[in-house]
Design a protein. Sequence first.
Length: 358
Amino acid sequence: MLAFVPLLVICITGSILVFKHEIDALLRQEQVRVTPQAERLPLDRLLSKVHQSYFDYEVVGWVLFQDPGRADVVYVIEKGTDQWSYLTLNGYTGALLAKPVPHDHHLTDWLLELHYTFLLHDAGLLITSLFAIMLILLGITGFILHRKFWKNFFTLRWRSRLVVYFSDLHKMLGIISAPVLLILGFTGAWWNIAGYLHELEEHADGHEHHMMQARLYSVDISLDAMIHQAQTAVPEFTTTYISLPWEPGVGITLWGNVPTGNILSSQYSSSVSFDAQTGARIARYDIREAGAGAFIVDTYRRLHFGDFAGLASRILWCVLGAAPLILAITGLTLWVKRRKQRARARYKRRQGAGAWSG
């Protein structure tokens, strides 16, 4: 009951966000979809185009989607602020498709922020983590309470009283959705707790976020050259995200994926880092050379978003992720019914005790 409303918010928004890009394409296709062409323009040229068009902003991140029909997403910070925004552009033509907007500007962006933080920023990370842990506990206790579920697993008494039907539906749907909800709860709690602890560590000495004043990397840096170096440093590396300095002392990191034979391997499984002033390579990370722990943590992204098996797994995650809505209705109905039954039983006992004493 304590987790009733917050978990509904988390689960319903999460189910919707499984198809975030499709919703964006439906609402603003011209800003998020492009027509693929034979070749993309060089990244250095595209970066120059963004700087020329939005000289009051500095680029701090660049998403390169593996879907050739998706527009690039470029993260920027306006000078004099520490606020991240993003814009979209056509990587084939260089056309800027949307001006910089806050990360919660559009409908699905707002839903993502609601899902992730309850619109409470850093404090929301901790709060949503607590409810994600509650979701895990509900799944575990549900398994314990209905550990012999297989005996009546396919029992759904349609023509019985509503409370009987709800009881059967609650057990059946709970058991079917529990594995997915456990995965969603664990991975969500992991990311949010990690994010919250990172914020605490980053500002442990009391300093605030860096206010962007000027570019924090050399103008002579070539992103195209870095991509080429990354492919040499990590064989078969495909860049999916470029992280540029957003505060002093931060380097340039290219995140990407490599063939692993594991459908759960994420699109950000490996990385290559460079010095922001000289462009010299300073580190490489190949998930294929990592230990089992790192490999497992890397799977959390695919498991949380449910995109590991294409459309089929996304639909499954969307439907089962929304299961708490039905579980809440059936569970609340059963809870109210039991309270009424207990109240009537107590009343009868009191009436019986009164008659006996008389």
